[in-house]
Design a protein. Structure first.
Ligand SMILES: C[S@@+](CC[C@H](N)C(=O)[O-])C[C@H]1O[C@@H](n2cnc3c(N)ncnc32)[C@H](O)[C@@H]1O
Length: 185
């Protein structure tokens, strides 16, 4: 049975703690959720933003990983509530808490709603594996994708191959149509 989705005004930016803001939204009204929340990095951040160099800061220190998870849990419960059955949910995190986040999200969305673990790999270790360090470079973030319904919206994005690639891997041309092809097993 498909649940009815509520409509909300999409021209509004809601500011404040997402826990309070989400509580005011109806069930199943959102198509796509991507969150880039604090990662449990045990740091506080200050960034200077935009042309006016406005100072923005947020705290990412928690008493423990469990405390971080208990901070995020009610917010993710609200996010799961507002997500449509055809919607999808992306949680961006990293090695600090990704394994604990996965378990929390399995509990909220259900293990069977887990779709993908997406690895966002950096080109370099950003000095994370400098001389003297006692670990390998931590070079990726993790994005966990959940979709509550089987019929969730998902579209692969394709773009044309570069000419150089086509010439190298699709060397044969069908005379009648001019279409390129490759020989394979
Ligand atoms: C890792 S940063 C994401 C930055 C953002 N994606 C960007 O590229 O500028 C985490 C963000 O979560 C925000 N945040 C922390 N706690 C929050 C809460 N309870 N409700 C809403 N936002 C929160 C912080 O203010 C911070 O901007």
């Amino acid at each position: 049975m498909t649940r009815r989705s509520a409509l909300i005004d999409t021209r509004v930016i809601y500011c404040g703690d997402c826990l309070d803001q989400l509580a005011a939204l109806p069930n199943h009204c959102v198509d796509l959720i991507y969150i880039d929340p604090p990662f449990n990095s045990n740091r506080n951040y200050e960034v200077f933003w935009g042309e006016t160099k406005e100072k923005r800061s947020f705290e990412d220190r928690h008493a423990s990983t469990q405390a971080y998870i208990e901070f995020m849990r009610p917010r993710c419960v609200q996010l799961a509530r507002v997500l449509k059955e055809t919607g999808s949910f992306y949680y961006h995190c990293d090695w600090h808490a990704s394994h604990y986040v996965k378990v929390m999200l399995d509990q909220i969305f259900g293990e069977n709603s887990f779709v993908n673990e997406i690895i966002w790999k950096r080109q370099s270790a950003h000095s994370d594996a400098k001389q003297g360090s006692k670990h390998l470079g931590r070079v990726h973030d993790t994005i966990l994708l959940y979709a509550p319904g089987e019929d969730y919206y998902f579209k692969h994005l394709y773009k044309p191959y570069e000419d150089e690639y086509l010439e190298k891997f699709y060397r044969h041309v069908e005379p009648e149509t001019g279409r390129r092809y490759q020989l394979g097993d």
